[in-house]
Design a protein around this ligand. Structure first.
Ligand code: GTR
Length: 341
């Protein structure tokens, strides 16, 4: 995608080229035109705003790409979800209308079945286990399927663990979720998860959750601490209960065709930029999780430790059974993840 400026530049260079042809010779002139023509300008989608670790990491990604590709690839990041909701942006990156997205794998499951591995409640023991799985053979299968679907992951972000929050009191058992309307991200697994506790799982765009919590359209939601804080949900939900039922990684995902259109050198530079940005994100993430915990506590939120999470895990048995009955081909991948040390 060429902007007005780069089209102009290209025309200028082509003109210069015709003057210099006689002096430089045809071969040199052609390579000059070719290198001007491959300059890539990518647009990137990010749902978060200033102050969130992913916003800083996506900005860092853009800087690193410019640096490492010598400006041959540039990335303009659009923060705050201004390019659309996450399900829409996933489709746009798949189609190549947007080039890059920082996506949570949750809403990606309806497009890439293998990505649903990470959306099974309590599949990972903790964040380190999740990264070990994603760095191993199970993660390779998920990545390959995403790449085939047009959404190539080139870096993995930490998104901690998601827990429930609401206004009526602490949640200690699945029975405390019963009867509550809980906002979830778009994925039948998440609706099934809340429904299996006797609640009513309600998919909704992230941008609508604040208003829905404050007007009582939903009774609660679930997210990690940095997101709970950064978009102000803590102002309208006074109880955050550490159920930690989902540990879902996030990707820097590139439209596969856009990535494959780059030379091998440029591909390596873009991947190196993504890996460095991801390492930076993970550092910021642990600091921010602590800072968010302190900030929401200071604002009066009651953070509730759940002594025994087993009843929540047991309530998920029918969710796994239904999912695997409908997706028998996923059984092997689930087992691979669960048996990863
Ligand atoms: C955040 C995540 C976003 C989005 C959001 C949500 O934690 O970083 O990508 O998925 O949750 O709940 O919709």
């Amino acid at each position: 995608m060429h902007s007005q400026a780069s089209r102009y530049e290209l025309r200028e260079r082509t003109m210069y080229n015709s003057f210099s042809k006689a002096l430089l010779g045809t071969a040199a002139a052609l390579s000059f035109v070719a290198s001007a023509a491959v300059a890539e300008e990518w647009r990137a989608w990010n749902i978060h705003s200033d102050g969130h670790p992913n916003t800083a990491a996506m900005d860092r990604f853009a800087e690193l790409v410019a640096d490492k590709t010598g400006g041959e690839v540039s990335v303009e990041v659009f923060h705050g979800g201004v390019l659309g909701t996450q399900p829409d942006a996933i489709e746009q990156v798949q189609l190549g209308a947007i080039d890059v997205g920082n996506f949570n794998l949750g809403p990606l499951g309806s497009i890439v079945n293998e990505a649903n591995l990470v959306s099974l409640p309590f599949i990972f023991r903790d964040v380190d286990h999740m990264f070990r799985v994603m760095d191993g053979p199970a993660g390779e299968q998920v990545s390959a399927a995403m790449g085939e679907a047009g959404l190539l992951p080139i870096g993995w972000f930490d998104a901690g663990a998601r827990s429930f929050y609401n206004n009526t009191g602490p949640i200690n058992t699945p029975d405390d979720v019963a009867g509550m309307k809980i906002r979830v991200m778009n994925n039948d697994l998440f609706t099934g998860m809340v429904n299996a506790m006797g609640g009513n799982g309600t998919p909704m765009a992230f941008s609508e959750v604040y208003q829905s919590l404050s007007t009582g359209v939903v009774d609660g939601a679930e997210n990690n601490l940095p997101s709970f804080q950064s978009v102000g949900h803590f102002e309208v939900a006074g109880f955050y209960s550490l159920s930690e039922h989902l540990i879902i990684p996030e990707c820097i995902c590139v439209n596969t065709a856009a990535f494959e259109g780059l030379s091998a050198d440029m591909q390596a530079a873009v991947v190196a930029a993504a890996e460095e940005a991801a390492a930076y994100q993970r550092e910021l993430w642990s600091e921010q999780t602590e800072a968010s915990r302190e900030a929401v506590t200071a604002a009066g939120v009651q953070i509730n430790e759940i002594a025994d999470k087993t009843p929540f895990q047991e309530a998920m048995v029918p969710v796994y059974e239904d999912y695997l009955a409908a997706n028998p081909s996923m059984a092997e991948l689930v087992e691979l993840a669960q048996s990863t040390e």
